[in-house]
Design a protein around this ligand. Structure first.
Ligand code: GLN
Length: 195
């Protein structure tokens, strides 16, 4: 059974855990470096990137998470995508700098500007993915080696993958459609297979 860590410092980690469990994998809360032992992948949830980055530094998680991501699948949703980015606007703390993407925090404005839409997601076949954006970031640019998976009608990037690393600016854990979680599990599985 795949063991998937969910960074449980702040934010909506419980929703991710429930979906991971419903898909037949085992979710494990990660708060300290030792919690990463024996995991096959990690999800960094939505929440507040300023708080998550502060707590990550406080608990000595920055380097252990970078070492983990070098060989395991990691997925950041919303604030989690900010935490994974090489650069984020308007954030005066260190991110993990895992993915060669530039993100703009709160790109759509404030809480009242949150919205839902249906998105084509290039590596997920079938009907569009229903996506919820809550004070979401946008992926302003990606470097070579990063695959753009999904864009809004306006052309703005909202999902990208770099090898076994995945970032989505929306919240698949808040919908009934669990195909993005399933997709992440397949990335984690593939990665375990090549290890
Ligand atoms: N606006 C938040 C941030 O900048 C992200 C919001 C979310 O994760 N829903 O961290």
């Amino acid at each position: 059974m795949l063991r998937i860590g969910v960074l449980a410092l702040q934010g909506d980690f419980a929703e991710h855990e429930a979906i991971i469990r419903s898909l037949g994998a085992r979710p494990c809360q990660v708060r300290l470096p030792d919690d990463l032992t024996d995991l096959d992948g990690l999800i960094i949830p939505g929440g507040e990137s300023t708080t998550i980055t502060r707590l990550m530094a406080m608990y000595g998680l920055l380097q252990p998470l970078r070492d983990f991501a070098a060989v395991h699948a990691v997925w950041g949703t919303c604030a989690g995508a900010i935490v994974m980015a090489k650069h984020a606007t308007d954030l005066d703390r260190e991110t993990l700098q895992l993915m060669d993407i530039d993100v703009e925090r709160n790109a759509f404005g404030r809480q009242v500007d949150s919205f839902e839409t249906d998105l084509k997601f290039s590596e997920i076949p079938g009907k569009p993915v229903h996506a919820i954006f809550i004070r979401a970031p946008l992926i302003r640019s990606v470097d070579e080696g990063v695959v753009v998976l999904s864009k809004l009608d306006t052309g703005e990037i909202v999902a990208a993958r770099q090898g076994h690393l995945l970032a989505t600016s929306f919240h698949p854990e808040l919908t009934e459609d669990h195909r993005v979680h399933q997709y992440f599990l397949s990335l984690a599985e593939k990665n375990v297979a090549v290890k």
